[in-house]
Design a protein around this ligand. Structure first.
Ligand code: NAD
Ligand code: IPM
Ligand code: MN
Length: 365
């Protein structure tokens, strides 16, 4: 029997709700495939700040580095938090990514046939969309120095950050992107702002240089403002997208609406060696936390990515992906992906019952 150590970081808001569902789904898929998981649950975010005074305790960072893979929920508080507290919590996630050196963030966007009516966009625009956003995750404006607060020459308060990329950071994410595109439909679109930003000019130059190693991949370039527009105008033109840290953050939330909800998108954050970090792309959703309304599918699908990309357990991963489809086929929906007209009232009622994972449990088998 195979054994894996999984670090579980539930975090704040809906984080613990979606993690508990995903943990059960992992256990069930594992039991069928002869895989045993040892879960090591650790504090992070506001939960850690409240309990031990820091948002990323030493003990958590040590545990995640010793694990085989990490499943992360979400962190962050609501608007009643003071600014500094809020910033400290967000920075914990950046420190976690930096500590794990997970520079490559894969955010797949698949429009499921069961959910074409859940999107705000027209059916003919989104039907069949299947794209991958590859986001650089440990560089750019999130990490660049100088950063901070100060005063300008007029004595006025300023806040500043720096967008900076080194060639090696671009090269390694570009290689991941070309490799990914090669295994998909062979098309890569690099998104930047090379008309005005030096960091983007270097980005484009390096992506073009790396492209010579991948003559079989069709490379195109797009400015980020146009890309934001093209993503809603005709998303089917995209196969693989590679972009920097902040553009990838924004474009992936936007792309999530093609699928019907932010609550659908999983992600995998990978390093050169060492454990991967797997998390839904959404946040702690304080507006719905504690009400059993959160869509757990982004986290369940992140657990599937954990199996596939983190542990190489492809069969168990596919079991979970199929269970998600079966669950949707049976009409189970959370509110965010519910659309009037294609559901019976009793199914809607079932949807709002607690313990949605029970349905998943029946279906994984
Ligand atoms: P959010 O992603 O938490 O929520 C945005 C909207 O989407 C909300 O209306 C929310 O209810 C909805 N939503 C998100 N996930 C959902 C799900 N699984 N099911 C149903 N609906 C869902 O973003 P926000 O409101 O801008 O930020 C809230 C907090 O989360 C902030 O503190 C922010 O810093 C933090 N945040 C954390 C992460 C992370 O941990 N990776 C990501 C984004 C935001
Ligand atoms: C995400 C989040 C984070 C980011 C925040 C919470 C730091 O929005 O994972 O997409 O900007 O990377
Ligand atoms: Mn984000």
């Amino acid at each position: 029997k195979k054994n894996y150590n999984i670090a579980l970081l539930p975090g704040d808001g809906i984080g613990p709700e979606v993690i508990s569902v995903a943990k059960n789904v992992l256990n069930l898929a594992g039991s069928i495939e002869g895989i045993e998981f040892k879960f090591n649950e650790k504090l992070v975010g506001g939960a850690a700040l409240d309990a031990v005074g820091v948002p990323l305790p030493e003990d958590t960072l040590t545990a995640v580095k010793q694990s085989d893979a990490i499943l992360f929920g979400a962190i962050g508080g609501d608007a009643t938090d003071t600014n500094q507290r809020h910033a400290d919590i967000g920075i914990a996630l950046l420190q976690l990514r930096e500590g794990l050196k997970v520079f490559a963030n894969l955010r797949p966007v698949s429009v499921l046939p069961q959910l074409v009516d859940a999107s705000t966009l027209k059916k003919e625009v989104i039907e069949g969309v299947d794209l991958m956003v590859i986001r650089e995750l440990t560089g750019g404006i999130y990490f660049g120095k100088p950063k901070g607060f100060g005063t300008n020459e007029n004595g006025e308060e300023i806040g500043f950050n720096t967008e900076v990329y080194a060639a090696y950071e671009i090269d390694r994410i570009a290689r991941i992107a070309f490799e990914t595109a090669r295994k998909r439909r062979g098309k890569l679109c690099s998104v930047d702002k090379a008309n005005v930003l030096e960091a983007s000019m270097l980005w484009r130059k390096r992506v073009m240089a790396i492209a010579e190693e991948y003559p079989d991949v069709e490379l195109s370039h797009m400015y980020v403002d146009n890309a934001a527009m093209q993503l809603v105008r005709n998303p089917k033109q995209f196969d693989t997208i590679v972009t920097n840290n902040i553009f990838g953050d924004i474009l992936s939330d936007q792309a999530s609406m093609l699928t019907g909800s932010l609550g659908m998108l999983p992600s995998a954050s990978l390093s050169e060696s060492g454990p991967g970090l797997f998390e839904p792309i959404h946040g702690s959703a304080p507006d719905i936390a504690g009400q059993d309304k959160a869509n757990p599918l982004a986290t369940i699908l992140s657990a599937a990515m954990l199996l596939k990309y983190g542990l190489g357990e492809v069969k168990a991963a596919e079991r979970i992906e199929l269970a998600v489809l079966d669950t949707l086929n049976r009409g189970f929906r959370t509110g965010d992906i519910w659309s009037a007209g294609n559901l019976l009232l009793n199914k809607l009622e079932i949807t709002h019952e607690p313990n949605q994972y029970i349905h998943m449990q029946k279906l994984v088998g």
